[in-house]
Design a protein around this ligand. Structure first.
Ligand code: PEP
Length: 249
């Protein structure tokens, strides 16, 4: 059985004061939980995470990374900078980046490559819009999103990625894919990973994201190919995030 992983995506939320309360609350309740867990925070708060979380069971990471190693790229953050703050993870290709910043499959793949080159674990997000689902295009859309990454990274490197299936219509809406709907896509993603590297595919974590909450987390994570969660809204409340980590444990 693959170990479970629960990752919080704080998006553009937080303040030094609120973060301190949230992280302290999470740390206080982590004792005894078996699942691996992490928070992906706005980059200005990485130093705070490093200070508060080092030596704890809660890892940390960022929500985006530049394809470039450094130089004249105003506003960008290089993978080496994330590593400087001992990040373990970085989210790439979140649907909000794809939608609001025009990130293409090819760009997301290059971001995953930049993360891996620096020694970070990219959490590669894929997911279809409601229109795409209703048009019967889910498999084609998420398949193409993952393919771009697999093709660029190649057979050996894919062992080091995490995949997150996040149906766009379920993110922040309170609508969740049913466990069966999510499992169907996760199984397809696993098959696609197998075609690239059959051995690695068995150990790559495929997380579900999209309104995962304490009351639906256990059912979702009981599915054969759902290896944890990428959590938005519920990651901003220590009690809810801890309940999801417990459901994964
Ligand atoms: C996300 O943005 O990655 C996410 C899953 O958000 P929410 O849990 O709020 O739907």
């Amino acid at each position: 059985m693959r170990p479970k992983l629960v990752v919080g995506n704080w998006k553009m939320n937080g303040s030094r004061e609120a973060n301190a309360a949230l992280l302290t609350g999470i740390l206080a309740g982590l004792e005894g939980s078996a699942a691996a867990c992490a928070v992906c925070v706005p980059s200005p708060y990485l130093f705070q995470c490093e200070q508060l979380l080092q030596g704890s069971k809660l890892a940390w990471g960022a929500q985006d990374v530049s394809t470039q190693p450094g130089g004249a790229f105003t506003g960008e953050v290089a993978a080496s900078m994330l590593l400087d703050f001992h990040c373990r993870y970085v989210i790439v290709g979140h649907s909000e980046r794809r939608a609001y910043h025009g990130e293409s499959n090819a760009l997301v793949a290059r971001k995953a490559q930049a993360a891996l080159d620096a020694g970070l674990t990219p959490i590669v997000c894929v997911g279809e819009t409601l229109g795409e689902r209703e048009a019967g295009e889910t498999n084609a859309v998420v398949g193409a999103q993952l393919d771009a990454v697999l093709e660029l990274l190649g057979k050996d490197a894919i062992a080091k990625i995490v995949v997150a299936y996040e149906p766009v219509w379920a993110i922040g809406t309170g609508k969740t894919a049913t466990p069966a709907m999510a499992q169907e896509v996760h199984a397809q993603l696993r098959t696609q990973l197998r075609a690239c590297n059959a051995v690695a595919a068995e150990s790559i974590a495929i997380l579900y994201g999209g309104s995962m909450k304490p009351d639906n987390a256990a059912d979702l994570m009981a599915q054969a190919d759902i290896d944890g969660g990428l959590i938005g809204g519920a990651a901003l409340k220590a009690e809810d995030f801890l309940a999801i980590i417990r459901a994964a444990s």
